[in-house]
Design a protein around this ligand. Structure first.
Ligand SMILES: [Mg+2]
Length: 302
């Protein structure tokens, strides 16, 4: 498997999971099975009334991270924040609560430096009653891995900084670090199951993970810990990209983000060629994502 296939597979995998899962976001498992049997096609609609292949905030913010990195790979964080703010200013239909709070306040203040963004994020954390441990920084972090997988320290440093721009709760940062480490190991050649087992061992007391949960035990809230654990289980318990993503989105709840996070892992392991073409061809932002993947790939592969 080539590094290119892993990088493109992971980035496009996020968007495929988002577009596939958005159809059933907020539905329970019972509602999904009554309506679809098993949901397997990229048909749009759902709560957001999407066109087939249309993506949501998970992919929009992932692209913002990628564009920020490409502006200045040595010092991308302020650029990433600016792309977040530019996106929030377009009044997207789907934006998470903590991101809405932080980005709206940042735009109002004209926030520009990383230090100022951290202040705004802390304020939003306090104003939301300490609820900034959502999966909004987890779902968008894959481009950090794809750009910095050759240097683990840099990768984890950048990952935490991009997370803290909006998510003050340390649990969100911890999940981002575990996720980046997992996908980084896969890009660097580790097999999927041993890589997941390592992540499970690295979970802390605050952020514990299992990878052998029964489907009914998997939680599908917007809490970062639940989302990462759901994605880990979907990747670990299946044997192809299609199976992993199908398991992820049929969990329901925050299905687009569970799909996106699972897609980042499974895409890196199985590669671009294993993403079913019936999904890839429908993806509205396919061309733009392939272009971003290629430019990120070239950062380490001249
Ligand atoms: Mg979404």
């Amino acid at each position: 498997m080539t590094i290119w296939s892993k990088i493109a597979g992971s980035l496009l995998g996020v968007a495929v999971g988002d577009a596939l899962g958005a159809t059933v976001e907020f539905m329970t498992r019972g509602e999904i099975s009554r309506q679809f049997g098993i949901h397997t096609e990229m048909i749009g609609e759902g709560y957001w009334q999407l066109a087939p292949g249309e993506v949501t905030d998970d992919t929009d913010m992932t692209m913002a991270v990628a564009k920020g990195i490409l502006m200045d790979p040595g010092n991308p964080v302020r650029h990433i924040a600016r792309f977040f703010a530019d996106w929030a200013a377009t009044d997207p239909k789907d934006i998470g609560n903590i991101c809405r709070r932080v980005l709206t306040e940042g735009i109002r203040r004209g926030t520009d430096s990383e230090a100022e963004w951290l202040e705004v994020a802390e304020l939003a954390h306090l104003q939301s009653g300490g609820r900034s441990g959502g999966n909004g920084s987890l779902m968008r972090t894959i481009p950090i891995v794809l750009a910095y997988y050759t240097n683990r320290d840099t990768m984890l440093h950048m990952a935490l900084r991009q997370s803290r721009l909006t998510h003050y709760d340390p649990a969100a940062g911890e999940c981002v670090v575990l996720y980046c480490d997992l996908v980084g190991r896969i890009i660097n050649g580790k097999s999927l199951k041993p890589a997941v087992q390592e992540t499970v061992r690295e979970g802390s007391e605050d952020v514990p993970f299992k990878c052998n949960l029964l489907t009914e035990q998997i939680q599908t809230t917007g809490y970062a810990v639940h989302t990462l654990e759901a994605a880990i289980n979907c990747a670990y318990q299946t044997d192809s990209f299609e199976e992993a993503l199908t398991m992820a989105v049929n969990l329901g709840g925050d299905a687009d983000t569970i799909g996106a996070v699972t897609g980042g892992i499974a895409g890196a392991y199985y590669g671009l060629e294993q993403i079913p073409s019936r999904w890839l061809e429908k993806l509205a932002v396919k061309k733009e994502l392939l272009d971003l993947a290629e430019r990120i790939y070239r950062l380490n592969n001249k």
